[in-house]
Design a protein around this ligand. Structure first.
Ligand code: PEP
Length: 251
């Protein structure tokens, strides 16, 4: 089954509302370029520009960077699924390595967030990946297996249709130290095999699995040429419309 490739920008704590407005002036041309190339594109802005970007998205997918799993309540500083949905997001990233490292999010927390999103009919882009130490020890597949099995606990095959997986080796995020195309393909293929084992061949063929980690216009093509790599989750190179367009141009 042909899976449409997806280029997704994670803005992290970058791009003020004013900068997001500048980016959105080009949203239509980014979408047109994506359509010409036969790919999908999306961005995850900060909460403060989420509503603006969602209402000027011109065909781009717009996700939040994070959601809380509770509907509402005493969770100072957090934002619920209902709130990001109201702002116009159609999904959220879950379990980005920076959330895992700095906010101590566990695979169990990710599972709750994924289920809260799916319950609301929203997409979940579940980020998984090993640290440098885990990579050096040769533990990558064990780590990925446990992240996938815990993160997707209780997720039905039907709901899996709303899930995208992003394989992001922690050692390659923002470091310029790319995983090779062979590693990206090997691990994305491994994740697909886990999905097949847990669900079905049909589910494995359908789910999109992205690579993320220092993807730039100069190297994006090689990753997307891999059979099991269905796109890229991009940080630094997704922040300006020019760089975002260059990513798509180079596919
Ligand atoms: C990311 O934030 O998910 C990411 C992959 O960042 P960068 O592209 O900057 O490495």
């Amino acid at each position: 089954m042909a899976r449409t490739k997806l280029i997704f920008g994670n803005w992290k704590m970058n791009n003020t509302l004013a900068q997001a407005e500048v980016f959105c002036k080009e949203a239509e041309s980014i979408s047109a370029l994506a359509e010409k190339k036969g790919v999908e594109a999306g961005v995850a802005p900060t909460y403060l520009s989420l509503a603006y970007v969602a209402s000027h998205k011109a065909g781009l997918n717009v996700y939040a960077e994070e959601v809380h799993y509770a509907d509402h309540g005493a969770f100072t500083g957090n934002v619920s699924v209902g709130m990001v949905k109201e702002a116009g997001a159609t999904g959220s990233l879950v379990g980005h390595s920076e959330r895992r490292a700095y906010e101590k999010e566990t695979d169990f927390d990710c599972n709750l967030r994924i289920k809260a999103l799916l319950k609301a009919g929203m997409g979940a882009m579940y980020c998984v990946g090993e640290t440098q130490k885990e990579f050096d020890q040769g533990w990558t597949k064990d780590i990925i297996e446990s992240q996938i099995s815990t993160g997707l606990l209780g997720v039905s095959e039907k709901d899996l249709g709303l899930v995208t997986i992003a394989y992001e080796p922690v050692w390659s995020i923002g470091t310029g130290k790319n995983a090779s195309e062979a590693i990206a393909e090997d691990i994305c293929g491994y994740i697909r095999s886990l999905i097949e084992k847990k669900y079905s061949e049909a589910a494995a063929n359908k789910i999109r699995i992205l690579y993320g980690g220092s993807v730039k216009p100069i190297n994006i093509h090689g990753y997307l040429a891999q059979e099991d790599v269905d796109g890229a989750l991009v940080g630094g190179a997704s922040l300006t419309s020019d760089s975002f367009k260059e990513l798509i141009e180079n596919i």
